[in-house]
Design a protein around this ligand. Structure first.
Ligand code: RRO
Length: 310
């Protein structure tokens, strides 16, 4: 059985990647994820200027399988970040996630990633917190803004570019197509779903930032729907850009669900907060699933669930 997949010109030993975010970006944490079997590591999003993040609480779990975060993009800024950056850890590629407010900022950040020897870059066009000065709260809520950022990065950077999309749209496939047509090497679906929780006794929102983004198992069916929409639209349009699934993936069967929906690889995030060694388990569960089904590679079942939507 061969679990390896090709994504953004990289050969990954299995389809399981660390999602941007939940665990921060310290090289120690990334090292642990590499040791526990992740095939690629995406860092916490990095911005041009350092950011402290929002006041606490920044992550809550108001009910089982639901997490809501509003970290507020805490990061040391790209200059400091790239000083300690390593392009790979134990032969596992480390892909910087970058976040800007304008195409020019994204260009600067992607350029810095390239100069630092990064194997690829992930553009976070879907941070769930408003950034002043934009027509829409999230860049990937607009086909035009999405295309303008991807084009700006493409013009000045030769790295493969993955584009992370928001689920907070009516029609995710139009935005995914805009990203692909502007030169994205992969689309990553999805970031967190806008959410909030209110304390009935304190009579106020619970998060320090008041509102945030939902992740964890409850996000999985939403993410799967978005992935199915994107994969079906890509197939119809003859667009050959890989889709990376993310949202509530906690088991080998979950990974299989996203591959069946058309994904080339999947990212694991929130699950690691409770099970930091989840990669090893998810990989063995995926092997078990493939063994039961008689598959010898992920390509053999990729997109099999899509035919039901034709
Ligand atoms: O830092 C955050 O609060 C955050 C980011 Br940048 C993001 O892209 N998605 C999210 O759920 N939280």
């Amino acid at each position: 059985m061969d679990l390896s997949v090709e994504l953004c010109g990289l050969r990954l030993k299995n389809p399981l990647m660390l999602a941007s975010g939940i665990l921060g970006s310290s090289m120690d944490v990334l090292e642990r994820m590499a040791s526990s079997g992740a095939a690629a590591l995406v860092t916490k999003s990095i911005s041009t200027a350092p950011r402290e993040g929002y006041p606490g609480p920044t992550v809550i779990s108001p009910m089982e399988n639901v997490y809501i975060n509003a970290m507020g993009l805490p990061n040391p800024g790209y200059r400091e970040f790239f000083r300690g950056y390593r392009p790979s850890i134990q032969d596992v590629p480390v892909i910087p996630s970058v976040f800007g407010s304008t195409p020019e900022e994204f260009r600067t950040l992607a350029g810095a990633a390239e100069d630092a020897g990064a194997p690829a870059v992930e553009l976070n066009l879907s941070c769930p917190h408003s950034v002043s000065g934009l027509r829409v709260p999230l860049i990937s809520q607009s086909e035009e803004l999405t295309a303008s950022v991807v084009e700006a990065v493409r013009e000045s950077c030769t790295l493969p570019v993955a584009v992370k999309l928001t689920p907070n749209v009516a029609d995710v496939s139009s935005v995914a197509l805009a990203a692909a047509r502007a030169g994205a090497s992969a689309v990553v679906a999805v970031n967190t779903l806008q959410a909030a929780e209110v304390d009935p006794y304190l009579e106020r929102p619970v998060l320090g930032n008041m509102v945030g983004g939902l992740s964890g198992p409850a996000l999985r069916p939403v993410a799967l729907r978005k992935v199915l929409d994107i994969a079906a639209a890509f197939e119809r349009a003859g667009v050959d850009v890989p889709v990376v699934g993310v949202g509530g993936i906690c088991s080998g069967e979950d990974a299989a669900r996203f591959i069946l929906a058309g994904c080339t690889a999947v990212q694991v995030g929130t699950c690691l907060a409770e099970d930091p060694d989840a990669f090893r388990r998810i990989e063995s569960e995926l092997r078990h699933y493939m063994d039961e089904k008689g598959y010898s590679s992920p390509a053999e079942f990729r997109g099999n669930a899509l035919r039901w939507l034709r």
